[in-house]
Design a protein around this ligand. Structure first.
Ligand SMILES: Cc1ncc(C[n+]2csc(CCOP(=O)(O)OP(=O)(O)O)c2C)c(N)n1
Length: 343
């Protein structure tokens, strides 16, 4: 139960209920990622890459998405560290566990894509690409469609700091700012300080990555992505602008990267600020929660992930014959040498 030792103050603009809801989603997202990491180490899954350390920014983002299918809803062009966005939108943890285990029931990719590469047509979540930065190019397409459709729905695209050196990021800036058809795109860069093992300060001549917006006279902001309230406000402000003005906004969030780049770099815990610990200290300080309540949230999230994992363990891998499903529209062309042919 929440300690009521002090009057519950809004947490930096967040009412107590929202603050506690955000906390439990952050914890759920973290428990899921930590399970995925364990799976990659125990051989129950394969490669791991994901977003522990980005929850303070990604949960507020997921909660503010106008979720649904089609042009009247937001389109999301995400990258492989976006799990907390989807958790906040309501994606069940079992969906990620299935993709991690590559089982046939994986609704994102039928066991063919690697972890944290979802695709959710009913929420306009376009397939995540392992090729970094191409999402900023596909975002232009839905941005154009939404500029023409005249609703308040927007295109949201995110990616990392290192990827901004690539042309797709700059194509998106150019296309989003054409005077003949400005695009309603919220461009997000999550700056976790590294591109795999390359430190960000060794690569960027610009002070902030969000400064790229200055060339276009485009609104922009760099926010502390480890701070829930600051992230909530920055996202709300940026989204309100894009929804109303039908023009782009560049938002940079500085976050931690708590388990390094991926399983390829060991996926061990790194000593960087933990946004959940920081938020919990704030919740306790404000009298919104006590230790027992916080522990209960962790226990419940962990039990949910465990139960889902037990279920997934019983599920089969895809049949070999299913390899050609969904590769070509209408099935495999007859001319394709599937048997006895040489590939
Ligand atoms: C086009 C392309 N080039 C290189 C890679 C290899 N690669 C995978 S992740 C990564 C680093 C990306 O760093 P950043 O953009 O900062 O995102 P982060 O992983 O830190 O979130 C690179 C270079 C790739 N996947 N795609």
């Amino acid at each position: 139960m929440a300690a009521k030792t002090k009057a519950a103050k809004p947490s930096g603009g967040l009412d107590p209920r929202s603050a506690l809801k955000i906390h439990s989603l952050m914890v759920k997202a973290r428990c899921l990622e930590e399970r995925l990491i364990k799976m990659s180490k125990s051989g129950e899954g394969f490669f791991w890459i994901g977003g522990p350390g980005e929850e303070a920014f990604n949960v507020p983002l997921g909660l503010q998405v106008k979720k649904g299918r089609g042009l009247a809803h937001d389109f999301l062009h995400l990258h492989y560290r976006s799990s907390a966005i989807l958790t906040a939108m309501g994606a069940p943890v079992i969906d990620s566990l299935r993709q991690m285990r590559s089982v046939a029931t994986d609704r994102y990719s039928k066991g063919r894509q690697f972890i944290n590469h979802p695709s959710i047509p009913e929420w306009n979540v376009v397939p995540v690409s392992p090729t970094i930065e191409t999402q900023y190019s596909t975002a232009i397409g839905t941005g154009i469609a939404q500029a023409r459709a005249k609703t308040d729905a927007i295109t949201i695209v995110n990616g990392g700091d290192a990827g901004t050196a690539e042309a797709d990021f700059h194509s998106c800036l150019n296309w989003a700012n054409r005077p003949m058809l400005p695009l309603p795109i919220l461009m997000i860069v999550v700056n976790n300080g590294y591109g795999i093992s390359t430190p960000e300060p060794t690569q960027h001549g610009e002070k902030n990555i969000s400064d790229w917006a200055r060339v276009f006279g485009m609104p922009h902001q760099t926010v502390d992505g480890n701070d829930v309230s600051a992230s909530w406000r920055a996202i709300a402000e940026a989204m309100a602008y894009v929804r109303k003005e039908r023009k782009p906004y560049l938002l940079e969030a500085k976050t931690s990267r708590l388990y390094g780049h991926s399983s390829s770099s060991g996926a061990n815990r790194i000593a960087e600020p933990d946004c959940i610990g920081l938020f919990e200290a704030e919740l306790v300080e404000r009298g919104l929660a006590d230790k027992a309540r916080l522990e209960g949230v962790w226990k419940a999230a962990s039990a949910e992930v465990d139960a889902a994992n037990q279920e997934v363990k019983q599920e089969p891998y895809p049949a070999a014959e299913s390899i050609w499903e969904d590769v070509f529209p209408g099935g495999l062309p007859g001319s394709y040498p599937t048997r006895g042919g040489s590939f």
